[in-house]
Design a protein around this ligand. Structure first.
Ligand code: PHE
Length: 471
């Protein structure tokens, strides 16, 4: 394979883990995980999520990295090289970063705005009722500007190849993020009401599930979150694997990335969910807060109780979130650019310009959902189906995580489990005398459990949503 010889490689396992962790740890952990955990019943969601990560997530990440290393190719080409009939799967995975990057950058813009606000505004103002909605729904240029500021940072790093430098600073910033999250958690636990929140988050309770349909919703949410947070089912880990040295231990690397990524998501929940109970006095606020605005509403209210210190903590916190979001957005944007470059055989320059243009335009459209299109009546129709304009972001998030990623994961399992066979991946992991300890788990997961589970959940969810069946 000619391409293999010319690929530059990660200098060592640490460099690989750092790059993969930089991609994995981002808004998925800090912004998305806590609001889903709050929304889908706390402890039950946490338990299901953890189980999924160590079984399904583990197997899929090993498969993707090994597939990339074996073929020496990035996603679209790697799927084609594995089996011609699966080339379409490469295209499906390639579409996913184009759906995610625009809305990811819109939220990156919100984070940037909050970081700068803490530098210029008292913490109490940022905690005021309606600050967040006032901002995202404002009809002026402000939301567009913040989106573009964040996006420009991403574009600059991608254009000038500053990525490795940025990733190296992760060595300092990630521990700082962990330290700050722990400190915020300890502080939140001193506030009245937080104990009930902690219990809600940590203790599984099946009381909230009245029927099978509710539980299927939880399962699909947890599964989509797992793909999103671990950067799976969109070809990224395949590309990373193609840069991974043959003698390095894939299994160990995957475990490290998972512990890191899941640990940070867990911490984010630990800090935010008890805070919902503390700021509202009871758990009733979970229902109203458990949406994309959660982090932007509840944490500022908590910081405001700290006076001047709250302002400093607010700034440092959002700066760290900004950084985590930036490294993930860079990895997403790079994927978009390399897809254009590889698939349309364009120059790097053309690929950069066209990928930036598409993502920037889509980001603007996402943003328009919150103002221009909202108007007096937020209900519009598309193909005869009513939708709420301000939910374009939610819609893209839904399409990528609940529809496309499960489909991509399902067919990756079929490809690996039944076409190229688990043995091919196991041999790849065991190259150079490495022992693949969990190969039994891997084979059973990839062949049977993961595809059957995904297919059932996906079909059940879709039929239930469209009212064909009533679970
Ligand atoms: N995993 C990242 C996060 O949790 C998002 C992401 C997905 C980044 C896919 C790159 C690729 O925020």
């Amino acid at each position: 394979m000619a391409e293999l010889a010319t690929r530059s490689k990660f200098s060592n396992r640490m460099a690989f883990i750092l790059a993969a962790a930089a991609s994995a740890v981002g808004l998925g952990n800090l912004w998305r995980f806590p609001y889903l955990a709050a929304k889908y019943g706390g402890g039950t969601f946490l338990l299901v999520y953890l189980l999924l990560v160590v079984t399904f997530g583990f197997s899929l990440m090993v498969a993707e990295i090994a597939l990339g290393r074996k073929t020496g190719l990035s996603a679209v080409a790697a799927y084609r090289a594995a089996n011609k009939k699966f080339a379409w799967l490469g295209w499906l995975t390639a579409a996913i970063p184009f759906i995610i990057t625009p809305y990811y950058s819109v939220i990156g813009g919100w984070v940037t705005k909050y970081m700068v606000s803490y530098a210029t505004t008292p913490a109490a103002d940022i905690a005021a009722d309606g600050y967040f909605t006032g901002f995202i729904l404002s009809s002026g240029p402000s939301t567009y500007i913040w989106f573009l500021v964040f996006f420009a940072c991403v574009a600059l790093v991608v254009t000038f190849g500053l990525k490795s430098g940025i990733e190296r600073s992760n060595k300092v910033l990630m521990p700082l993020l962990i330290f700050l999250a722990v400190a915020i958690f300890i502080y939140v636990m001193t506030l009245d009401g937080s104990g009930a929140g902690l219990k809600y988050y940590l203790v599984p309770s099946f009381e909230n599930y009245h029927n099978v349909g509710d539980f299927v919703q939880l399962l699909i949410a947890a599964m989509g979150q797992m793909f999103f947070s671990l950067s799976l089912a969109m070809g990224i880990m395949i590309t990373y694997g193609s840069y991974f040295e043959k003698h390095e231990n894939i299994e160990k690397s995957v475990r490290t990335i998972e512990i890191f990524d899941t640990g940070i998501a867990f911490l984010a929940g630990l800090m935010i969910i008890p805070a919902i109970f503390a700021v509202s006095g009871d758990g009733s606020a979970v229902a109203t807060h458990a949406g994309p605005g959660l982090m932007f509403v509840v944490l500022p209210q908590t910081f405001a109780t700290l006076g001047v210190a709250g302002r400093i903590i607010g700034f440092v916190f959002f700066a760290l979130v900004f950084f985590a979001a930036l490294t993930s957005a860079i990895s997403l944007m790079e994927t978009c650019v390399s897809i254009v470059q590889d698939q349309f055989k364009t120059s790097r320059k053309t690929a950069l310009i066209s990928a930036f243009a598409v993502v920037a335009l889509m980001g603007i459209v996402v943003n328009m959902g919150y103002n221009v299109w909202l108007g007096a009546d937020p209900m519009h129709t598309i193909f005869g189906t009513p939708y709420q304009a301000n939910q374009i972001l939610d819609f893209l998030d839904f399409m990528s995580n609940t529809v496309f990623m499960p489909i991509a994961a399902l067919f990756t399992c079929i490809l690996v489990g039944w076409v190229i066979k688990p043995k091919a991946i196991i041999d790849e992991v065991e190259e150079g005398g490495v022992v693949f300890k969990a190969k039994g788990l891997f084979s059973v997961m990839i062949k049977y459990v993961a595809p059957i589970f995904t297919a059932m959940i996906l079909v059940g969810y879709i039929l239930n949503t469209f009212g064909v069946i009533h679970l």
